[in-house]
Design a binder for this molecule. Structure first.
Ligand SMILES: C[S@@+](CC[C@H](N)C(=O)[O-])C[C@H]1O[C@@H](n2cnc3c(N)ncnc32)[C@H](O)[C@@H]1O
Length: 230
């Protein structure tokens, strides 16, 4: 299943399965030094980033390619929601002749098909980017047991993509999310929007159930703050 369909299918459950996303969206906004007035957000989902903004803004452009997720985003006269794929030419056209004080993105840019190209295009339209992305170390023990590669970029690739266009600060954090019940834990992966629709065969699912000894899921995220254009 494609990433877009995965988010569309689980949109209604997303708000109950996104504890880590909520924590990092809050941290992303909290760690912003300036109070930008014109903001673009990539992969806005149900509005976890917007909901944490506690200063006056002029305009908030929210972009997400899943219509179901866009429907969940808060709405008011200052918010413009656009259903774009941030890797598409349509989105790059939208960027032309626009300028944003800051671009935010939380838990979304790891899905870019060409992160270097995306960041390069964003560079022309903003003063800076504050983003947090999941890395390929998310669910690392599950990948080891099932012998499946993460669909998400490594932190090295993420750093490289941003450094092509900006001087940046990076911070990597690991989170463990504990569960009392194994089934609930594995269901959480499906609904959380971090699996990328990478479903397991019956054989692999059985192996995972037997061999996964942890009572928690592993997440790794990287916070990216651009400092200046390079
Ligand atoms: C894990 S959710 C995060 C949503 C929100 N930013 C949050 O912090 O809760 C990732 C979002 O990115 C969107 N997304 C993923 N790839 C995208 C793309 N190529 N273009 C636009 N949106 C994308 C998904 O539809 C989804 O709403």
């Amino acid at each position: 299943m494609s990433v877009k369909n995965e988010f569309t299918k689980h949109a209604e459950d997303y708000n109950n399965n996104n504890i880590i996303q909520q924590i990092i969206a809050k941290a992303l906004v909290r760690e912003t030094n300036s109070k930008p007035k014109t903001i673009l957000e990539l992969g806005c989902g149900s509005g976890q980033v917007y909901k944490n903004i506690n200063w006056d803004i002029d305009k908030y452009y929210a972009v997400d390619f899943s219509e179901s997720m866009c429907k969940l985003h808060p709405k008011n006269e200052k918010i413009e929601i656009n259903c774009f794929d941030f890797d598409s030419e349509e989105f790059f056209e939208f960027l032309k002749n626009k300028y944003f004080d800051l671009i935010f993105s939380s838990s979304a840019m790891q899905w870019s098909k060409d992160l270097s190209k995306l960041v390069e295009n964003l560079k022309l339209s903003c003063d800076g980017i504050n983003a947090v992305l999941f890395t390929s170390n998310t669910f690392k023990t599950i990948q080891k047991i099932t012998n499946k590669k993460s669909p998400i970029l490594t932190k090295e690739k993420i750093k490289e993509a941003f450094l092509n266009s900006f001087d940046c600060e990076f911070e990597v954090y690991n989170y463990n999310l504990e569960f009392e019940d194994k089934k609930v834990m594995f269901d959480y992966i499906k609904n959380s929007g971090v699996s990328g629709g990478n479903s397991l065969s019956f054989k692999n699912a059985k192996k995972l159930y037997k061999e996964y000894k942890l009572n928690y899921l592993e997440f790794e995220v990287i916070f990216v703050k651009t400092i200046s254009k390079s």
